[in-house]
Write a protein that binds this ligand. Structure first.
Ligand code: SF4
Length: 499
């Protein structure tokens, strides 16, 4: 379905893309069910807490330079996006730039939830503009604002007549989706509908959607060889850079889950090619991604020359370290944008994927196609046991106990620590650039070696920690707690889970 930029709100990933948060089986079954339309998410009779989509939406928006985020909700909800807001400011300091973005909560209380707080919200937005002079203002809702039907669209419409900078409503009520990545799409929608302008002239830039720009100098250098300049989004991007995104030569991203909505919308509305590729992780991912960029901007020869030169430097070193990794068994727990990418890299390095747990699964992206990472694995005949759960750690521990892997890899610290308490070496793949390019792949291979060579920390910790899980739970198949939709026996899934 086409992206609708004339609407102020968007559908959730569940409704737009058929995304799910409950499944256990294997990769091939997951793909088959997606293709023939029978994939329906299972629910759980027990569920641990998860993440609010506001955190994704507001962390993205509050990274933009010199804007204001006004979150209309109780104080507890308003803290959800503040962690990334802080990190972005630290990154700004490191880069030697100033980021004056402010993050404000309206502190809704009981009275507000009964009588409404529209006037209070409007006054806070006016005061925010007067006091901080932001370049744009994002007015975000919360569950409480959504439940009482606070009309932030009308409030924002009225404020537009008084305040001379872009103001956008951000419909990020946490209850609307179990998939926190919906928040990424919501933030893109707010930027696209309030800041991005139609193109006036083509620029020699590439929109680069990422999280924290840690590989910024390296990427600027690589892109300079192809004659283009990356514009990193959204952390520390200026409102002026966002305004001109429609004039770029292409849009690329470090992770399809993060960048798909923005890339598809810019392509649909302004004809900016969106580079749909597997992520630049591992050798295959990096080369495939670079070649796709080269094709999009018509610089295939320069890309080929870069690849040939860098291969000669790094491939012999990677081949050498691979000898020590061969045969290691791994379990992965990450968002789908990384689970199905890192699994490819692990196999490229000679390791075995015992189980891939994805925090959600998009059976398609906004262009109606299967995500490139999944498409790649299936086209190359790969299969492994897989599950989908919105970071339900109790399921991860069951899987780890069953699989007894050599290593657990996660992109979420709240998950990694449990594996360590269970006695398994774990690698926290926090930085999105940890496996980026040839050098990143080589460094990552050494990180794996470091994690598995010295096991004393995990062993000591496990010996002194009493986990709350009983033998009964460890004996269960993770499929046991999933409630299959009516008419779906989950037979394939059970068979795969028991295999
Ligand atoms: S899910 Fe709702 S109540 Fe919970 S933090 Fe998010 S907005 Fe607040």
């Amino acid at each position: 379905m086409a992206i609708q930029l004339d609407l102020s709100d968007i559908g959730t990933r569940e409704s737009r893309l058929g995304s799910i948060t409950g499944y256990a089986g294997d990769l091939k079954d997951l793909a088959r069910r997606s293709e023939c339309g029978t994939l329906r998410g299972c629910s759980r009779c027990f569920s641990q807490s998860s993440t609010c989509l506001s955190a994704c939406a507001l962390s993205q928006l509050s990274g933009i330079r010199d804007v204001a985020v006004v979150h209309h909700g109780p104080a507890g909800c308003s803290t959800t996006g503040t962690q990334s807001f802080r990190v972005t400011k630290q990154v700004a300091k490191k880069r030697g730039i100033e980021n004056h973005t402010v993050y404000i909560g309206t502190d809704m209380d009981e009275n507000d939830t009964i009588f409404g707080a529209g006037e209070k919200l409007a006054d806070i937005v006016r005061t925010t503009y007067r006091r901080y002079h932001p370049q744009a203002i994002f007015v975000a809702s919360s569950c409480a604002a959504g439940v009482i039907g606070e009309d932030i669209d009308s409030i924002v419409d009225d404020l537009r007549e008084e305040i001379p900078v872009p103001i956008a409503p951000v419909h990020c009520e946490g209850f609307k989706s179990r998939i926190w990545a919906t928040g990424f799409d919501i933030s893109d929608h707010a930027v696209l509908t309030s800041i991005v302008e139609p193109p006036k002239e083509k620029r020699n830039t590439i929109n680069f959607k990422n999280f924290y720009e840690s590989a910024r100098p390296e990427i600027i250098k690589i892109f300079a060889e192809f004659g283009v300049k990356p514009v990193f989004l959204y952390a520390n991007a200026t409102v002026d850079e966002l305004r001109h995104m429609s004039e770029a030569r292409a849009t690329v991203c470090i992770c399809g889950t993060l960048g798909n909505y923005l890339g598809t919308a810019l392509e649909q509305e302004y004809g900016v090619p969106y580079v749909r590729s597997i992520n630049p992780l591992g050798v295959t991912g990096f080369e495939t991604w670079l070649r796709a960029i080269g094709k999009a901007i018509g610089e295939e020869e320069k890309v080929a020359a870069y690849i040939a030169r860098e291969r000669a430097i790094y491939l012999p070193k990677i081949e050498e370290v691979k000898k020590e990794l061969r045969g290691l068994r791994c379990v992965i727990g990450m968002g789908p944008g990384y689970t199905f990418e890192v699994s490819r890299v692990l196999q490229e390095l000679g390791m075995e994927v015992a189980w891939g747990a994805a925090w959600h699964y998009d059976k398609q992206y906004d262009n109606g196609k299967v995500p490139p990472s999944m498409d790649y694995l299936l086209k190359h005949g790969q299969n492994f046991k897989a599950s989908v759960a919105d970071q339900q750690n109790f399921e991860v521990l069951n899987i780890l106990n069953r699989e007894q892997p050599d290593l657990y890899l996660s992109r979420h610290p709240g998950s990694t620590v449990w594996a360590i308490k269970q006695g398994f070496p774990a690698l926290f793949v926090a930085d999105e650039y940890m496996i980026f390019g040839y050098k990143g792949t080589l460094d990552f291979a050494y990180e794996v070696l470091n994690a598995i060579r010295n096991r004393s920390f995990e062993k000591n910790l496990a010996a002194h920690v009493k986990l709350p899980y009983t033998k009964w739970w460890y004996d269960q198949n993770v499929d046991a707690l999933l409630e299959h939709p009516k008419g779906d026996t989950g037979a394939d899934q059970q068979a795969a889970g028991e295999a």
